[in-house]
Design a protein around this ligand. Structure first.
Ligand code: ASP
Length: 319
């Protein structure tokens, strides 16, 4: 692939995003947070942003859309359910059509891993990956990082390769199908964090240890939790299970984050979940709504991070 042809404002994967660039996105996020609404609304005035969604979404789609609107941009949503995609139009043709209509940036969610690269290459536009298959969800990793740094009272603008040194984060659940897990393991260890992946064999094959340096895999949630300051719970992605059968009763007994387990193993741990949650399965309602939970902060940080990604993508100058 000719990477040189990719627009520098794109964010396709977190894997090769240098840490100074992560710090600069977090700094831009902080500056935008301080910018009065009327000023903010001028930053992308008259710019056209297309949201191209081939999979359902609540948080990611809404936050990108609201972020774009708060920056003054015009947005249009194209979803696979109500467009020519249903008639068989290819990603390439849809992308070129959106460009011909004046779109200056495309936000893409797609079930095929790598599709944002295809779109970025064919259109030459800045493309923001809003989740591609089981591969990547880079804006989620950035918003998770912002949530963690805020809770730890660490300055996000000076983030560096030792910022999270001494911190252990356990990610539990359907790791196999999770682009959120993949993006986080490609970012957090680069900031010094220790990451433990936890789940049953079918949802967490041993080979996952190769995703990043220093990753640990365990089937023992209680033990992992007892060593963690942060726990990130993941949904079982029924839409990607492809015939895989799970004993849900056993899963809940071993891997659910509930109040007794949290109180016994990590009463002070910060609880994260990218959503959507299935209450009563991977997480209990009590924990989701409890004092350890930063789940709604993640959502709010999503809006902030995505505002910065749009400003970066379109090269606008924010003071
Ligand atoms: N919302 C996240 C994603 O799109 C996680 C999930 O769907 O469970 O990857």
């Amino acid at each position: 692939m000719n990477l040189a042809a990719l627009h520098p404002g794109s964010l396709l994967t977190i894997a090769d995003l240098p840490i100074p660039e992560v710090a600069s996105i977090l700094a831009l996020t902080a500056r935008l947070d301080q910018t009065p609404a009327a000023e903010k609304a001028k930053l992308l005035a008259n710019r056209r942003i297309a949201l191209l969604f081939y999979e359902s979404s609540t948080r990611t789609r809404t936050s990108f859309e609201l972020a774009a609107k708060s920056l003054g941009a015009t947005t249009t949503l194209v979803s696979d359910k109500s467009s020519s995609i249903e008639k068989g139009e290819s990603l390439k043709d849809t992308g070129l059509t959106l460009r011909a209509l004046g779109a200056e940036c495309i936000i893409l969610r797609h079930p095929a891993s790598g599709s944002p690269f295809v779109l970025a290459r064919t259109t030459g536009l800045p493309v923001l990956n809003a989740g591609d298959g089981m591969a990547q969800h880079p804006s989620q990793a950035l918003l998770d990082l912002r949530t963690i740094l805020n809770r730890l009272h660490l300055d996000p603008t000076t983030v560096h390769d030792k910022s999270l040194l001494g911190l252990t984060i356990t990610i539990t659940g359907d790791i196999l199908h999770s682009r959120v897990a993949r993006s986080n393991v490609m970012l957090l260890p680069r900031l010094g964090a220790k990451v433990i992946l936890c789940g049953p064999e079918p949802l967490l094959p041993e080979i996952a240890a190769g995703l990043a340096d220093g990753l640990e895999i365990t089937r023992n949630f209680d033990e992992a939790l007892s060593r963690s300051q942060i726990v990130m719970m993941l949904r079982i992605q029924k839409e990607r299970l492809a015939g895989l059968e799970l004993d849900l009763g056993e899963y809940i007994a071993r891997f659910q984050l509930n109040e007794p387990r949290l109180a016994a193993q990590a009463p002070k741990a910060l609880v994260l979940h990218p959503g959507p949650m299935v209450r009563g399965l991977e997480i209990s309602g009590e924990v989701a709504d409890g004092p350890n939970s930063a789940i709604l902060e993640q959502v709010t940080n999503g809006l902030a991070i995505r505002s910065a990604l749009l400003v970066r993508a379109l090269g606008a100058q924010a003071n």
